[in-house]
Design a binder for this molecule. Sequence first.
Ligand SMILES: Cc1cc2nc3c(=O)[nH]c(=O)nc-3n(C[C@H](O)[C@H](O)[C@H](O)COP(=O)(O)OP(=O)(O)OC[C@H]3O[C@@H](n4cnc5c(N)ncnc54)[C@H](O)[C@@H]3O)c2cc1C
Length: 461
Amino acid sequence: MKSVFVVGAGPAGMFAARKVALAGYDAFLFNRDIKPGGLAEYGIYPLKDKMKFGLRKQFAQVLDLPKVHYFGNIRIGNGYDLAIADLEAMRPAAILFTSGAQGAHNLGLPGETAKGVYAAKDFVYHYNQLPPYASQDFSTGRRIAIIGIGNVAIDIARWLLQDSPSRATEEVVIIARRGPFEIKFDKKEIGYVGRHIERDAMIAELDRIKDRCANCNQDVSAQNVFAGYFPMLNEEDFTSIPPRLSFRFLASPTAVFAGPDGRIEKLEVAENDLVLRPDGSTKAVLTDQKTLLDIDTLIFAIGDKHDEKLGLPMGPDGYATLADPGHPNDPVFEVWDPANSCPLPGRFVAGWARRASTGLVGIARHDGELGAQKTIDYVQDLPDTNTMTEPEILALLRRKGLHPVTKFDLALLGAIEQKQAALRKLNYFKYSDNESMFRAIAEAKKQAARSGEEIRLQPIS
Ligand SMILES: Cc1cc2nc3c(=O)[nH]c(=O)nc-3n(C[C@H](O)[C@H](O)[C@H](O)COP(=O)(O)OP(=O)(O)OC[C@H]3O[C@@H](n4cnc5c(N)ncnc54)[C@H](O)[C@@H]3O)c2cc1C
């Protein structure tokens, strides 16, 4: 038997496993979380029900394929449950890494380890109920600063302005290094929160930065900026509602100051000048003009980075790959070994594990499928590697004291969560800690044994 191991079960991993299985090979998914889905389950905004339900259904269909095997609650990496060498000892024909980008960029500011300072991904994991983040302290206060101006920043602002059950928000301020022309969020996303912006405050902010932007030939008049990025502010009957959403452009945080309780109390920001590069792009250049803002919660939404502990060689942009100089823009899925200047045979990366923070679910899916095809092409020419079977792998994991979750367990969990949702009159219910999930699975198994009922593998819906 020659099988492919897929590390990670987000959109890239799930659709890669499907492709591998449909090509006739067994795909073994090893996933850190009990449930599949990655950021599709634990990142996408909780109220985007239609998208989440649709994706869950597609993931369930993948798990339903007989050639797809699933080991949830198994984290791969040095110092985690299994090292890559442990996977290799199970004799896979190839390993495709789709473990996303689990680290987060910060700015290395003095004081940024204060309480109340969070990385965006951890924060969204928390409100999307991913264990263990779900039960950790991500408390927010009244004045929250978000660093970054992409869709993730807007999602978080939306949560803090409208949906967090524990919100005490009076103002969310989005801090951007450069000007409004470098905004990265989509019109659709800002549409969810636009009514929290005060038009006059936005006009004043644009006025404050207009000369610096004009140095780069940017006309940041309200007319231009509203038309391009904030169309709601052009509507005649626009009225703003609290809590307030404000923007501070051309500003870079330089220090965090904590109060006596250790929680962030002030954020120091420096004004930036905007400079035109020869290629026409703009660069923010720090000035020594600084302001202290009253801030009790700070969230970095400036992108993710790869987890070095996974154990793959690292390059300048994360896990190492080497572009073909003749086709520098073509995606490269083979992991590169810089120490020996050659590809690592049979090791591939796809999705956000290939390029961190890049694109929506559809892009991650496509990337996973392309990576799977590369992996299949590689495996086709190999002799049989005699990969261990699912029961052998399960037994080995249990001997190591690990608690793998199979797709059979997931089906039981899905059924129990559906019952809970019905009892609580909710559209959807999910447990937010591993212990409750394990208890629910064990209870479902006991019940089935008592009733003598055959447990049928059903996709979670
Ligand atoms: C806040 C936020 C909101 C988003 N909203 C949208 C949206 O509205 N619409 C949209 O289309 N896209 C959205 N996206 C983007 C989308 O979520 C990603 O494009 C997609 O999930 C990336 O897929 P992936 O499989 O590459 O990585 P991920 O989804 O990150 O999956 C990684 C998988 O690897 C597993 N893993 C991690 N480390 C290990 C390890 N060491 N060992 C084993 N397993 C591991 C994880 O458990 C997870 O299953 C959003 C992203 C974020 C951050």
